[in-house]
Design a protein around this ligand. Structure first.
Ligand code: CTP
Length: 403
C-alpha cells in the first residue's frame, strides 16, 4: 500500500505553515496536495504549530513535522538544506507579515526561514493577515521585494477576516492555491509560451421569458481544464465562459457571458489578436423568441418559436487568418467520427475533439471524458478515457504541434 504523501506522484513540495488563523485551511490544502500525488513535507514555525496541530499535518502527509530551529539539528546533517534540495517547490501557506519580513531580510531563526534561505528553486507564498497590516507601507514594500526576489505570490479574495473586519488579507482558498501550484510546476511548452489563446467553455442560457430559460447539461469542466492547461504551458489565456458553478481560474482574463449572442459578442471581436482559439462551449443552436412578460397559463398556447443562433465556430473558421489555429469539440451520441470530421471540414478547423456522450458517466457534467482527436490532414488520434484534466494535458500537446 502507498503511504499517504509517498506516492509516485508529480514531485515533492515542502509546505511551510506560519502562525496565522488561516492555518486551519492548510490542513485541507495538504489533503488536496497529497491526493494530487505530491509528496508533501511539512515545516511549521513555532507559532504555526500553535494554530494547527502538527499531528494533523503528520497524518495528512505521512511525514513528521519539523518545527525546531536549525541549531537543534542532530546527526542527520543539515536537515533544512538536504530537505529543500529534493523539493520542486517551497509553498508557504499561510504566510504572516512577520515571516514575510524575515524572508525579505534573510533571517534564518527557525527551520522554515532557514529552509527558505537555503532554497534555490521555486517558492510560492500565500499571505494572510489583517487588511491594515497588508496595506501598511512596510508590508507593501516587503511584498514587492519578495516578488522582485522571484517569489510567486498567491493572494486571496477580499472577504471576512478573523479580526471581524472585512477586506483584503484572507488567505487564498485551497483550490485556488492548488491551481497556482500546478501552474508553477507544469513545464512550459515552447510553442505556446506567450501565445494569445482564447478558450470558450460551459453552456449558454437562452431566455424564454423573464423567469424561464433553455440551456444544456454542460458543466464547463472540459473547457476550464483546457484553459488551465494552456496557461500552465505558458500561453496567455482568455476564457469566455457561460453560466455555471466553477470558480474562475487565476492568472487569465475571464469573461463571463450568459447567452449565445453574448458569447458571440465576446469572441468574434477578439479573433484577430488570437494565435489559437478552442471552442469547448456547448453553444445553443437555437434561442426562443423571448416573451417580454412572464408566460401565463391562461394565455400561453404551448408553442415556443425557436430561431437559429450564430454558429460562432463556423464564423471564426470563415474569417481564419493564415497561421491561426482553430479547434472545436463535437459531442456526439452516434456516428462519432464521421459527424466530427464533417464539422471539422464545414467549420474550417485544424483540430476537433470528438467525445461520445452516449455513455452514462462520460462527457457532460462528470469529471471524466473519452476523446478522439481528428485533424485537418486526416489523422485520427485516440486520446482514450481519463479525467478532464489529464485529457486537457494531451489536448494542449496536440494544439502546440499545430502552432
Ligand atoms: N459551436 C459554436 N456555435 C454554435 C454551435 C456550436 O461555436 N452556435 C461550436 C461548439 O463550441 C463546438 C462545435 O461548434 O466546438 C461543434 O458543436 P456541436 O454542438 O457539437 O455541433 P453543431 O455544429 O451545433 O452541430 P449539431 O448540433 O448538428 O451536432
Amino acid at each position: 500500500m502507498t503511504q499517504p504523501g509517498r506516492s509516485e506522484g508529480p514531485g515533492r513540495i515542502v509546505l511551510g505553515v506560519t502562525g496565522g488563523i488561516a492555518a486551519y485551511k492548510t490542513a485541507e490544502l495538504a489533503r488536496l496536495l497529497t491526493k494530487a500525488g505530491y509528496d508533501v513535507v511539512p515545516i511549521m514555525t513555532p507559532w504555526g504549530a500553535r494554530f494547527l496541530g502538527p499531528l494533523t499535518l503528520e497524518a495528512l502527509t505521512g511525514h513528521p513535522v519539523r518545527v525546531e530551529t536549525p541549531a537543534h539539528e542532530s546527526s542527520e546533517g543539515i536537515g533544512h538544506i538536504s530537505l529543500i534540495r529534493s523539493a520542486e517547490l517551497l509553498l508557504i501557506a499561510p504566510l504572516t507579515a512577520n515571516t514575510m519580513a524575515k524572508m525579505v531580510t534573510g533571517m534564518a531563526d527557525n527551520f522554515l526561514t532557514a529552509t527558505y534561505l537555503a532554497h534555490r528553486g521555486k517558492t510560492l507564498v500565500c499571505p494572510a493577515m489583517n487588511t491594515g497590516m497588508l496595506e501598511h507601507p512596510a508590508t507593501r514594500r516587503n511584498l514587492a521585494q519578495l516578488a522582485a526576489d522571484g517569489v510567486a505570490i498567491c493572494m486571496g479574495e477580499a472577504g471576512d477576516l478573523a479580526c471581524g473586519e472585512v477586506g483584503a488579507g484572507r488567505m487564498a482558498e485551497p483550490d485556488i492555491i492548488m491551481d497556482a501550484v500546478r501552474m508553477h510546476l507544469t513545464p512550459d511548452i515552447p510553442a505556446l509560451v506567450g501565445r494569445s489563446v482564447l478558450v470558450s467553455a460551459g453552456p449558454t442560457r437562452e431566455d424564454l421569458d423573464p423567469v424561464r430559460y433553455l440551456t444544456n447539461r454542460s458543466s464547463g469542466k472540459m473547457g476550464f481544464a483546457v484553459a488551465r492547461a494552456l496557461r500552465n504551458a505558458g500561453a496567455r489565456v482568455t476564457l469566455v465562459h457561460g453560466p455555471g458553478n466553477l470558480k474562475p481560474p487565476i492568472d487569465m482574463e475571464v469573461v463571463p457571458v450568459t447567452s449565445a449572442a453574448e458569447m458571440e459578442a465576446a469572441i468574434l471581436p477578439r479573433q484577430a489578436e488570437m494565435d489559437l482559439i478552442v471552442m469547448a462551449a456547448a453553444v445553443a443552436d437555437y434561442r426562443p423568441q423571448k416573451a417580454e412578460h412572464k408566460l401565463k397559463k391562461g394565455h400561453f398556447d404551448g408553442t415556443v418559436i425557436l430561431e437559429r443562433t450564430t454558429d460562432i465556430l463556423a464564423s471564426l473558421g470563415a474569417a481564419k487568418r493564415s497561421g491561426q489555429v482553430l479547434a472545436g469539440f463535437a459531442a456526439e451520441s452516434e456516428d462519432l467520427l464521421s459527424n466530427a470530421r464533417g464539422k471539422l471540414e464545414r467549420k474550417n478547423l485544424d483540430l476537433i475533439f470528438a467525445n461520445d456522450i452516449s455513455g452514462e458517466d462520460l462527457g457532460f457534467g462528470g469529471d471524466h471524458n473519452r476523446i478522439t482527436a481528428l485533424d485537418a490532414r486526416g489523422h485520427t488520434i485516440d486520446l482514450g478515457t481519463g479525467t478532464k484534466d489529464a485529457l486537457a494535458g494531451q489536448i494542449v500537446r496536440l494544439l502546440a504541434e499545430k502552432i
